[in-house]
Design a protein around this ligand. Structure first.
Ligand code: URA
Length: 276
């Protein structure tokens, strides 16, 4: 490190950010080389395995296994708790407050802040994405990074704008997960199940005419179906309203040749808005 120049060090940091290591989780850095050196080295050979004692004198199950059994018996049903908390929220500020204090999702510990929504809750179109990324986590708003900027351009192409004052041309945007998963990993099935009741209540309270399921996780989380490549552009129903799955803008940034299909879907959305 001593000989490393400024530009080389900066390039290394950029590389780490590209890989997703873009935030400090702890207050102080951990020198893992020092930890390795300090680790105790086994000197004596491991003791020989004891002969199996007769059943009568065999000890009770080890405490770890007993504790596991007890934990299973006492396991809290976090999905049911989330459902109750979401149902008790009678407006959007109350829903946001309930999510802020929901203690069962470990993502709330690693994320910087809750990312609830952006745009106009009265908009006819509600977009549900996957999960916040780094910029969203920092700003507390969904879709504000590169993918979000592409989303804004896509919406502008059909006359929609999250900042519009008029609900006819505005949109309302949220995500399946309100907290950023570490290193932008995919949402786990447990997280989607646990936070699903909050998204559904969010949809109920905002009550949009049309839902846009932006990406695989939103599509799977709200329709139960996987495979955005096959499902995109096919209108379906979610919570008694029309919903259209679409390619996620982050995917379109990686595969720009699929933008033509996204354009088809945007035109389909525009036509549907005229009809209802
Ligand atoms: N991707 C999403 O799905 N949501 C965001 O808010 C940002 C990126």
């Amino acid at each position: 490190m001593d000989d490393m120049g400024y530009h080389e060090a900066l390039a290394l940091l950029d590389w780490q950010i590209e890989l997703g290591a873009d935030e400090a989780i702890l207050d102080a850095p951990v020198d893992r080389f020092a930890l390795e050196e300090a680790a105790p080295v086994a000197s004596a050979p491991p003791p020989a395995a004891p002969a199996v004692p007769p059943a009568a004198s065999r000890p009770a199950p080890p405490p770890a296994r007993a504790a596991e059994g007890a934990a299973k018996a006492n396991a809290v049903d976090v999905v049911a708790i989330a459902r109750e908390a979401a149902a008790a929220a009678h407006d959007l500020p109350a829903l946001k407050a309930a999510m802020e204090v929901f203690p069962h999702c470990p993502l709330s510990q690693t994320a910087t802040r809750l990312v609830f929504a952006d745009g106009d809750p009265a908009a006819r179109v509600m977009i549900v994405g996957d999960a916040p990324g780094r910029e969203e986590d920092q700003q507390g708003k969904p879709f504000v990074g590169k993918a979000g900027q592409l989303l804004d351009r896509m919406l502008a192409a059909i006359g929609l704008d999250r900042a519009a004052a008029d609900p006819e041309s505005s949109v309302y945007i949220t995500n399946m997960l309100p907290w950023r998963p570490p290193q932008n990993r995919d949402p786990s099935p447990e997280e989607l199940a646990m936070l699903g009741p909050f998204v559904r209540r969010h949809i109920e309270l905002a009550d949009p005419d049309i839902l846009v399921l932006m990406g695989n996780h939103a599509c799977h989380g709200l329709t139960g179906q996987k495979g955005i490549t096959r499902l995109r552009g096919q209108w379906t129903e979610v919570m008694d309203r029309p919903a259209i799955p679409m390619f996620h803008p982050a995917y379109l940034l990686r595969k720009p040749h699929d933008k033509a299909k996204a354009w088809e879907d945007l035109l389909s959305l525009k036509a549907r808005l005229r009809k209802i």
